[in-house]
Write a protein that binds this ligand. Structure first.
Ligand code: DGL
Length: 278
């Protein structure tokens, strides 16, 4: 047993840090709680500065570094960038800055899509930032150069979800508009935005019924479990963990909507002013 192993293993009961531009990352938290019920989670939602999806790479990198510093200062054992836009623009930078595992939501979705897709005709939907970054195309083609990749930015989905309009006919209409050209070209569709699993049923309804839908939240939780196992970092806490949530704007709206994302009421929401992040 090496000292290095002991050093890593002694961290196993520390929390996992998870962040997003706002609420969307809770879809990842939901899957983490489902797959890893013993893990304590510290979540940061940058609700004062959401959305990231229409901001520049430099701004998203700056915000992401501030939040990762905040989580690292709270002694997390791992950081999950539970935002596709932040994963597109800031993941590599964060991986070089921190001496702990940092993973994003893009790579797990890419791997899973390539396994699921029979004809390697893969569609990706996401925010304008994620789609314009070209990150999904780059990673899909790097893993399989024979793949054909079709992308579509769907900027109206995030506000529709934030408004709680997932069951509204307006959301279905918008989804048809965005997806009607994409649907006949693909056999697999990656939901490349953490908000989209909330409207997965609407998306499934408007695209061809045979299209496989890849929910990156599920795949990301799978990858977290693999990494914790690999580094002997799985928690062995016996008591149910008490999760902690931080937001950069008023907690009230977050608490209300968070319940829809998580499927359970949330407590322990604290406000941190973004001006105090560095
Ligand atoms: N969480 C963001 C993402 O997954 C969507 C919301 C935003 O634009 O900030 O890309």
């Amino acid at each position: 047993m090496t000292n290095q192993w002991l050093k890593i293993n002694s961290k196993r009961n520390l929390p996992i840090g998870v962040f997003d531009s706002g609420l969307g990352g809770l879809t990842v938290v939901k899957q983490l709680i489902r797959q890893l019920p013993r893990e304590q989670i510290i979540y940061f939602g940058d609700t004062a500065r959401v959305p990231y999806g229409n901001k520049s790479a430099e701004t998203v990198q700056k915000f992401s570094l501030q939040i990762a510093n905040f989580l690292a200062a709270r002694g997390v054992k791992m950081i999950v960038v539970a935002c596709n836009t932040a994963s597109s623009f800031a993941l590599e930078m964060l991986q070089t800055r921190f001496d702990l595992p940092v993973i994003g939501v893009i790579e797990p979705g890419v791997r899973s899509a390539l396994v699921a897709s029979p004809g390697k005709k893969i569609g990706v939907i996401g925010t304008t930032g994620t789609i314009n970054s070209g990150k999904y195309i780059h990673l899909l083609l790097a893993a399989d150069s024979s793949a054909e990749v079709f992308t579509q930015a769907c900027p109206l989905f995030v506000p529709l979800v934030e408004e709680g309009w997932e069951a509204s006919p307006i959301t279905e209409m918008v989804a048809r508009e965005y997806l009607q050209k994409l649907s006949p070209q693909i056999d697999t569709l990656i939901l490349g935005c953490t908000h989209y699993p909330i409207i997965k049923n609407v998306i499934q309804k408007v695209v061809d019924g045979n299209i496989r839908i890849i929910d990156t939240a599920v795949e990301t939780a799978n990858q977290v479990r693999q990494i914790l196992t690999q580094y002997a970092l799985l928690s062995d806490l016996q008591k149910p963990p008490k999760h902690q949530y931080y937001v950069s704007d008023l907690p009230q709206k977050f608490e209300e909507i968070a319940e829809r994302f998580l499927g359970e009421p949330i407590v322990n929401v604290e406000r941190v002013h973004s001006e105090d992040l560095f």
